[in-house]
Design a protein. Sequence first.
Length: 100
Amino acid sequence: MVTVYHYLVLSAILFSLGTLGVLTRRNAIVVFMCIELMLNAVNLSFISLSSFLGNVDGQIFVFFVMTVAAAEAAVGLALIIAFYRNKESIEVDEVSLLKW
């Protein structure tokens, strides 16, 4: 039987993989996907604890996190596209070149 602890361990593994990806990757799109993976790991832990405790507050909070993540995705992808049009690259190391 799958318990809440299994979901929390899975959430911790997903969050760790996302953190590792953010720290090691240089491609802006991959970093962006790793951040989304971290948000989904947090959502999984909220949902699992919410169902374990029999409370809907975690599920409501996940709805708001998903709304913010959708807005973040739109703004983040727009910034990546603008950066690519400007520099012809999407490497994170070149972001410091945008300074005056």
